[in-house]
Ligand binder design. Structure first.
Ligand SMILES: [Fe+2]
Ligand SMILES: [Fe+2]
Length: 221
């Protein structure tokens, strides 16, 4: 594509987006990143946002891989395989969208899931893994819905946002149902709901950090 940069301008830190350095906490780093974001073009901005979405989809897929290794229940194996296929396809749709803009996906080392992982660790128990999956899926869906509410979204982006949102409903439903079953079998019927509440708290903290940054990326701050 002529005239459109095939690589993002050299303002981003390789492997990350916070020019202010990784030692800062999220909100501070987001503020420090502001000057670097003011110089990027609208297309670069789009590529950056879609790179975050792509990263969240791929890391979501990684959580599902973990679950597949732990869960023996045959019905869950079938559901997990289809679910995983969806997430990888979502990552591809964002990748394709980035390529349509003449760009390449940017590495995301400090995105939503990395921040969640730093705070929550990687759950070892199946019900906790399921709970974390539900919380990150709900967050993805909310982010896509919020994006859809914005004015002047390119038509192709709207198509991708709608396509990826469409699958999240059944993902959340089956995971929640199955995890409650496992919790009941383990003799602790409230386990799933407790774990979801705990991860939701972590999710809220992470989103507070990220929202400042995202508003700047989108030129809303
Ligand atoms: Fe997805
Ligand atoms: Fe999903």
């Amino acid at each position: 594509m002529k005239g459109i940069p095939t690589k993002p301008a050299g303002r981003y830190v390789p492997g990350g987006f916070f020019e202010g350095g990784t030692s800062m906490s999220g909100a501070d780093a987001a503020v420090a990143a502001a000057p670097s974001l003011s110089g990027i073009s609208p297309v670069e901005r789009e590529i950056l946002v879609y790179s975050y979405y792509r990263d969240a989809e791929l890391r979501g897929a990684n959580l599902l891989f973990r679950l597949m290794r732990k869960v023996e229940d045959p019905e869950s194996q079938v559901m997990l395989t289809e679910h995983l296929a969806d997430e990888v396809r979502h990552a591809w749709l964002w990748t394709e969208r980035i390529r349509e803009l003449g760009g390449y996906p940017l590495p995301v080392t400090d995105g939503y899931q990395v921040r969640i992982g730093k705070r929550a660790g990687v759950p070892r128990k199946i019900v906790d893994l399921f709970a974390l999956t539900v919380v990150v899926e709900q967050r993805a869906l909310r982010r896509y819905h919020e994006h859809l509410k914005r004015q002047d979204i390119p038509e192709r982006t709207r198509e991708v946002l709608e396509a990826v949102s469409k699958d999240e409903g059944w993902h959340i439903d089956w995971i929640r149902k199955k995890a409650r079953e496992f919790a009941a079998e383990a003799g602790d019927p409230d386990w799933m709901d407790r774990a979801v509440a705990r991860y939701r708290e972590i999710d809220r903290e992470v989103m507070e950090e990220l929202e400042t940054y995202e508003r700047q990326v989108m030129g809303l701050a």
